[in-house]
Design a protein around this ligand. Structure first.
Ligand code: 13P
Length: 263
Protein backbone atom coordinates (compact mmCIF):
# COMPACT_ATOMS: atom_id res chain seq x y z
CA UNK A 1 0.00 0.00 0.00
CA UNK A 2 1.33 3.43 -0.93
CA UNK A 3 1.09 6.08 1.81
CA UNK A 4 -2.25 7.84 1.32
CA UNK A 5 -2.28 11.57 0.75
CA UNK A 6 -5.38 13.49 1.77
CA UNK A 7 -5.49 17.09 0.53
CA UNK A 8 -8.14 19.72 1.20
CA UNK A 9 -8.83 22.06 -1.69
CA UNK A 10 -10.57 25.01 -0.06
CA UNK A 11 -11.25 26.63 -3.46
CA UNK A 12 -12.58 30.21 -3.10
CA UNK A 13 -13.60 29.90 0.55
CA UNK A 14 -12.49 31.29 3.92
CA UNK A 15 -11.66 34.75 5.17
CA UNK A 16 -8.57 35.13 7.34
CA UNK A 17 -10.34 34.45 10.62
CA UNK A 18 -12.26 31.50 9.22
CA UNK A 19 -9.06 29.99 7.83
CA UNK A 20 -7.23 30.43 11.12
CA UNK A 21 -10.03 28.76 13.06
CA UNK A 22 -10.22 25.85 10.64
CA UNK A 23 -6.52 25.12 10.51
CA UNK A 24 -6.12 25.44 14.28
CA UNK A 25 -8.81 22.80 14.70
CA UNK A 26 -7.11 20.51 12.17
CA UNK A 27 -3.78 20.88 13.91
CA UNK A 28 -5.33 20.07 17.29
CA UNK A 29 -7.19 16.99 16.04
CA UNK A 30 -4.63 15.53 13.66
CA UNK A 31 -1.31 16.10 15.46
CA UNK A 32 -0.63 12.39 15.98
CA UNK A 33 -1.33 11.10 12.47
CA UNK A 34 1.84 9.85 10.83
CA UNK A 35 0.74 7.24 8.31
CA UNK A 36 -1.16 9.66 6.06
CA UNK A 37 0.20 12.76 4.31
CA UNK A 38 -2.07 15.70 5.11
CA UNK A 39 -2.20 18.81 2.93
CA UNK A 40 -4.36 21.95 2.99
CA UNK A 41 -4.67 24.22 -0.05
CA UNK A 42 -6.18 27.54 1.07
CA UNK A 43 -6.69 30.55 -1.21
CA UNK A 44 -3.63 32.75 -1.81
CA UNK A 45 -4.91 35.48 0.53
CA UNK A 46 -4.53 33.31 3.64
CA UNK A 47 -1.49 31.18 2.76
CA UNK A 48 0.74 33.19 5.03
CA UNK A 49 -1.47 32.93 8.11
CA UNK A 50 -2.08 29.22 7.60
CA UNK A 51 1.61 28.64 6.96
CA UNK A 52 2.56 30.15 10.31
CA UNK A 53 0.08 28.01 12.18
CA UNK A 54 1.11 24.70 10.62
CA UNK A 55 4.83 25.33 10.75
CA UNK A 56 6.56 22.32 12.34
CA UNK A 57 3.34 20.30 12.24
CA UNK A 58 2.36 17.22 10.22
CA UNK A 59 0.13 19.33 7.96
CA UNK A 60 1.67 20.60 4.74
CA UNK A 61 0.65 23.63 2.72
CA UNK A 62 -0.33 23.77 -0.95
CA UNK A 63 -1.31 26.48 -3.42
CA UNK A 64 -4.37 26.06 -5.66
CA UNK A 65 -2.66 27.23 -8.83
CA UNK A 66 0.61 28.68 -10.08
CA UNK A 67 1.75 30.72 -13.06
CA UNK A 68 4.52 29.31 -15.24
CA UNK A 69 6.77 32.38 -15.47
CA UNK A 70 9.27 33.26 -12.76
CA UNK A 71 8.27 36.90 -12.40
CA UNK A 72 7.21 39.88 -14.47
CA UNK A 73 4.23 41.87 -15.68
CA UNK A 74 1.54 39.22 -15.16
CA UNK A 75 -1.16 41.00 -13.21
CA UNK A 76 -2.98 38.76 -10.78
CA UNK A 77 -0.64 35.80 -11.08
CA UNK A 78 1.50 34.04 -8.49
CA UNK A 79 4.81 32.30 -9.20
CA UNK A 80 6.17 29.01 -7.90
CA UNK A 81 8.90 30.91 -6.10
CA UNK A 82 6.30 33.00 -4.26
CA UNK A 83 4.44 29.86 -3.20
CA UNK A 84 7.63 28.29 -1.99
CA UNK A 85 8.54 31.48 -0.14
CA UNK A 86 5.29 31.46 1.81
CA UNK A 87 5.82 27.84 2.87
CA UNK A 88 4.04 25.75 0.24
CA UNK A 89 5.30 22.24 -0.52
CA UNK A 90 2.51 21.36 -2.94
CA UNK A 91 0.51 23.04 -5.66
CA UNK A 92 -2.67 21.93 -7.43
CA UNK A 93 -2.32 22.18 -11.20
CA UNK A 94 -4.93 21.74 -13.94
CA UNK A 95 -8.00 21.54 -11.74
CA UNK A 96 -11.10 21.09 -13.91
CA UNK A 97 -12.47 24.41 -12.66
CA UNK A 98 -9.38 26.13 -14.02
CA UNK A 99 -9.66 24.22 -17.27
CA UNK A 100 -13.35 25.17 -17.53
CA UNK A 101 -13.45 28.81 -16.36
CA UNK A 102 -9.94 29.94 -17.28
CA UNK A 103 -9.30 27.99 -20.44
CA UNK A 104 -6.38 25.94 -19.16
CA UNK A 105 -5.17 23.43 -21.70
CA UNK A 106 -2.95 20.39 -21.30
CA UNK A 107 -0.13 22.48 -22.73
CA UNK A 108 -0.55 25.11 -20.01
CA UNK A 109 -0.75 22.35 -17.42
CA UNK A 110 2.59 21.04 -18.70
CA UNK A 111 4.20 24.48 -18.39
CA UNK A 112 2.91 24.89 -14.86
CA UNK A 113 4.21 21.46 -13.84
CA UNK A 114 7.69 22.40 -15.05
CA UNK A 115 7.59 25.75 -13.23
CA UNK A 116 6.53 24.04 -10.00
CA UNK A 117 9.19 21.33 -10.26
CA UNK A 118 11.89 23.94 -10.79
CA UNK A 119 11.08 25.34 -7.35
CA UNK A 120 10.78 21.86 -5.87
CA UNK A 121 7.06 22.15 -5.31
CA UNK A 122 5.10 18.91 -5.62
CA UNK A 123 2.45 19.30 -8.30
CA UNK A 124 -0.93 17.69 -7.66
CA UNK A 125 -2.06 17.33 -11.26
CA UNK A 126 -5.79 16.96 -11.86
CA UNK A 127 -7.25 14.98 -14.74
CA UNK A 128 -10.74 13.69 -15.44
CA UNK A 129 -13.62 13.55 -17.88
CA UNK A 130 -16.92 15.45 -18.08
CA UNK A 131 -20.32 13.76 -17.87
CA UNK A 132 -20.83 14.17 -21.60
CA UNK A 133 -17.49 12.58 -22.35
CA UNK A 134 -18.27 9.68 -20.02
CA UNK A 135 -21.68 9.15 -21.57
CA UNK A 136 -20.13 9.15 -25.02
CA UNK A 137 -17.72 6.44 -23.88
CA UNK A 138 -14.69 8.72 -24.18
CA UNK A 139 -13.41 8.56 -20.60
CA UNK A 140 -10.28 6.55 -21.35
CA UNK A 141 -9.37 8.60 -24.43
CA UNK A 142 -9.74 11.87 -22.52
CA UNK A 143 -7.68 10.73 -19.57
CA UNK A 144 -5.06 9.25 -21.85
CA UNK A 145 -4.81 12.53 -23.79
CA UNK A 146 -4.47 14.56 -20.60
CA UNK A 147 -1.66 12.29 -19.42
CA UNK A 148 0.19 12.17 -22.74
CA UNK A 149 -0.05 15.93 -23.31
CA UNK A 150 0.30 17.20 -19.74
CA UNK A 151 3.29 15.02 -18.85
CA UNK A 152 4.97 15.32 -22.22
CA UNK A 153 8.75 15.67 -21.99
CA UNK A 154 8.94 14.88 -18.28
CA UNK A 155 11.67 12.41 -17.45
CA UNK A 156 10.75 9.49 -15.21
CA UNK A 157 12.63 11.13 -12.36
CA UNK A 158 10.65 14.35 -12.78
CA UNK A 159 7.39 12.49 -13.24
CA UNK A 160 7.86 10.60 -9.97
CA UNK A 161 7.76 13.88 -8.07
CA UNK A 162 4.11 14.39 -9.02
CA UNK A 163 0.85 13.37 -7.42
CA UNK A 164 -2.00 12.65 -9.83
CA UNK A 165 -5.60 13.42 -8.86
CA UNK A 166 -8.31 11.70 -10.86
CA UNK A 167 -11.35 13.93 -10.57
CA UNK A 168 -14.30 13.01 -12.78
CA UNK A 169 -15.92 16.40 -13.38
CA UNK A 170 -19.43 15.01 -12.97
CA UNK A 171 -18.59 14.00 -9.40
CA UNK A 172 -17.23 17.39 -8.28
CA UNK A 173 -19.52 19.30 -5.92
CA UNK A 174 -22.50 17.27 -7.09
CA UNK A 175 -22.77 14.78 -4.25
CA UNK A 176 -22.56 12.10 -6.91
CA UNK A 177 -19.37 10.25 -6.06
CA UNK A 178 -17.95 7.80 -8.53
CA UNK A 179 -18.50 4.33 -7.11
CA UNK A 180 -15.28 2.73 -5.89
CA UNK A 181 -15.49 0.44 -8.91
CA UNK A 182 -15.86 3.34 -11.37
CA UNK A 183 -12.97 5.24 -9.82
CA UNK A 184 -10.76 2.15 -9.60
CA UNK A 185 -11.39 1.27 -13.23
CA UNK A 186 -10.05 4.63 -14.44
CA UNK A 187 -7.27 4.83 -11.86
CA UNK A 188 -6.05 1.37 -12.85
CA UNK A 189 -6.08 2.55 -16.46
CA UNK A 190 -4.06 5.65 -15.49
CA UNK A 191 -1.51 3.43 -13.78
CA UNK A 192 -1.30 1.25 -16.87
CA UNK A 193 -0.64 4.34 -19.00
CA UNK A 194 2.19 5.29 -16.68
CA UNK A 195 3.64 1.79 -17.03
CA UNK A 196 3.47 2.15 -20.83
CA UNK A 197 5.06 5.61 -20.89
CA UNK A 198 7.63 5.12 -18.15
CA UNK A 199 7.98 1.77 -16.38
CA UNK A 200 6.19 -0.72 -14.13
CA UNK A 201 8.23 0.67 -11.29
CA UNK A 202 7.05 4.23 -11.91
CA UNK A 203 3.45 3.00 -12.16
CA UNK A 204 3.87 1.27 -8.82
CA UNK A 205 5.36 4.26 -7.06
CA UNK A 206 3.17 7.12 -8.30
CA UNK A 207 0.34 8.13 -5.99
CA UNK A 208 -3.07 8.69 -7.55
CA UNK A 209 -5.73 10.46 -5.52
CA UNK A 210 -9.44 10.35 -6.20
CA UNK A 211 -11.47 13.57 -6.02
CA UNK A 212 -15.20 14.27 -6.35
CA UNK A 213 -17.69 14.37 -3.46
CA UNK A 214 -15.39 12.57 -1.05
CA UNK A 215 -17.02 12.48 2.38
CA UNK A 216 -16.40 10.75 5.72
CA UNK A 217 -18.88 8.04 4.77
CA UNK A 218 -17.29 7.06 1.46
CA UNK A 219 -13.55 7.56 2.04
CA UNK A 220 -12.92 4.04 3.33
CA UNK A 221 -14.50 2.19 0.42
CA UNK A 222 -12.62 4.43 -1.99
CA UNK A 223 -9.12 4.11 -0.57
CA UNK A 224 -9.56 0.40 -0.05
CA UNK A 225 -9.24 0.11 -3.84
CA UNK A 226 -5.73 -0.83 -4.84
CA UNK A 227 -5.15 2.09 -7.21
CA UNK A 228 -6.63 4.84 -5.02
CA UNK A 229 -3.95 6.42 -2.83
CA UNK A 230 -5.87 9.15 -1.08
CA UNK A 231 -8.25 11.95 -1.87
CA UNK A 232 -8.47 15.53 -3.04
CA UNK A 233 -11.36 16.86 -0.99
CA UNK A 234 -13.38 19.98 -1.79
CA UNK A 235 -16.58 20.67 0.18
CA UNK A 236 -15.81 18.29 3.05
CA UNK A 237 -12.46 20.00 3.67
CA UNK A 238 -14.19 23.24 4.65
CA UNK A 239 -15.39 21.93 8.00
CA UNK A 240 -12.88 20.64 10.52
CA UNK A 241 -15.09 17.75 11.63
CA UNK A 242 -15.52 16.19 8.22
CA UNK A 243 -11.90 16.66 7.09
CA UNK A 244 -10.61 15.26 10.39
CA UNK A 245 -12.87 12.23 10.04
CA UNK A 246 -11.68 11.60 6.48
CA UNK A 247 -8.04 11.70 7.57
CA UNK A 248 -8.62 9.58 10.69
CA UNK A 249 -10.54 6.92 8.79
CA UNK A 250 -7.77 6.75 6.20
CA UNK A 251 -5.20 6.42 8.95
CA UNK A 252 -7.14 3.63 10.68
CA UNK A 253 -7.42 1.75 7.40
CA UNK A 254 -3.66 1.94 6.83
CA UNK A 255 -3.10 0.69 10.37
CA UNK A 256 -5.41 -2.28 9.92
CA UNK A 257 -3.95 -3.22 6.53
CA UNK A 258 -0.42 -3.02 7.90
CA UNK A 259 -1.27 -5.24 10.86
CA UNK A 260 -3.09 -7.72 8.57
CA UNK A 261 0.09 -8.02 6.52
CA UNK A 262 2.19 -8.65 9.60
CA UNK A 263 -0.02 -11.56 10.72
P1 13P B 1 -15.90 18.23 -3.90
O1 13P B 1 -15.26 17.36 -2.86
O2 13P B 1 -16.60 19.43 -3.31
O3 13P B 1 -16.76 17.44 -4.83
O4 13P B 1 -14.72 18.85 -4.78
C1 13P B 1 -13.76 18.01 -5.30
C2 13P B 1 -12.67 18.81 -5.87
O5 13P B 1 -12.82 19.48 -6.88
C3 13P B 1 -11.37 18.81 -5.17
O6 13P B 1 -10.39 19.43 -5.93
Amino acid sequence: MRKPIIAGNWKMHKTTLEAINLVNALKRELYNIENVDIVVCPPFTVLNEVSEIIQDSNIALGGQDVFWEKEGAFTGEVSARMLKDVGCRYVIIGHSERRKYFGETDEIVGKKIRAALKEELIPIVCIGESLKQREEGKTFDIVKGQIRQGFKDLSEEEFLKLIIAYEPIWAIGTGRTATPGEAEEVQGFIRQQIADIYSEEAANLIRIQYGGSVKPDNIEELIREKDIDGALVGGASLEADSFVEIVKKSSALVRSETSDKQK
